[in-house]
Design a protein around this ligand. Structure first.
Ligand code: ADP
Ligand code: 5GP
Length: 193
């Protein structure tokens, strides 16, 4: 059997990546979310080691130098985000399949460097992203503006990924994501290494 693929969920901020991944993990318990490292501040209710590993910029830079990241980027407001190799190893050791939630640059990096990675772009209109980010209210007005400006470029990259799912009606998008992932896992299981 070939090694299990890495599932990468990407798309602009506010598209619903986090919401859809949470539902996907409920439906497919063999999947596990890799916990990224970030230098952004913790939002209310977030816990270190659950949503992210929250690091100082110095600690993040030290880990970059030590080669601990599979990929890392600087996103809005000079915040760093990165996928720790140790997370992928931990999930593989547990016999589970890894799900990464990444912005588009990181997702394209993984597509180029990790054989068999499956990339899924979650899409929504800019007007809807704006409405959701304002309603979520986890960033400042300025940072929401930055995320929306970036969203225009990210939406143009949708065609570079293996699958595009429009998250308009949540239940419908969750069904579509489950279907795509089940099909990719079944396909990977039939391919000899
Ligand atoms: P992302 O992880 O892509 O930034 P989130 O999963 O945090 O996005 O979703 C952004 C906001 O939009 C959240 O408040 C979430 O509850 C809401 N949301 C997600 N999907 C939908 C949908 N299909 N319709 C309406 N609101 C949604
Ligand atoms: P947020 O600050 O809203 O949690 O995340 C901002 C963006 O960073 C989201 O698009 C999220 O998917 C992305 N992201 C989270 N972790 C990583 C990571 O490890 N690498 C990359 N490239 N992007 C990440």
């Amino acid at each position: 059997m070939s090694p299990a693929p890495v599932i990468v969920v990407t798309g602009p901020s506010g598209a619903g990546k986090g919401t859809l991944i949470a539902e996907l993990l409920r439906r497919l318990p063999q999947l596990e979310h890799s916990i990224s490292a970030t230098t952004r501040e913790r939002r209310p209710g977030e816990q270190d080691g659950r949503e992210y590993w929250f690091l100082t910029p110095e600690e993040f830079a030290r880990r970059v130098r030590a080669g601990e990241f599979l990929e890392h980027v600087t996103y809005v407001s000079q915040r760093c985000y990165g996928t720790l190799r140790s997370e992928l190893e931990r999930i593989a050791r547990g016999g589970r399949i890894c799900v990464l939630e990444l912005e588009t640059e990181g997702a394209l990096n993984i597509k180029r460097t990790v054989p068999g990675a499956v990339t899924i772009f979650i899409s929504a209109s800019v007007a809807e992203l704006e409405r959701r980010l304002k309603e979520r209210a986890t960033e400042t007005h300025t940072e929401i503006g930055e995320r929306l400006r970036l969203a225009h470029e990210q939406l143009e990259q949708a065609g570079e990924f293996d699958h595009v799912i429009v998250n308009d009606e949540l239940e419908h998008a969750a069904d579509e994501l489950e279907r795509v992932v089940r099909r990719e896992l079944a396909l990977a299981a039939t391919i000899e290494p």
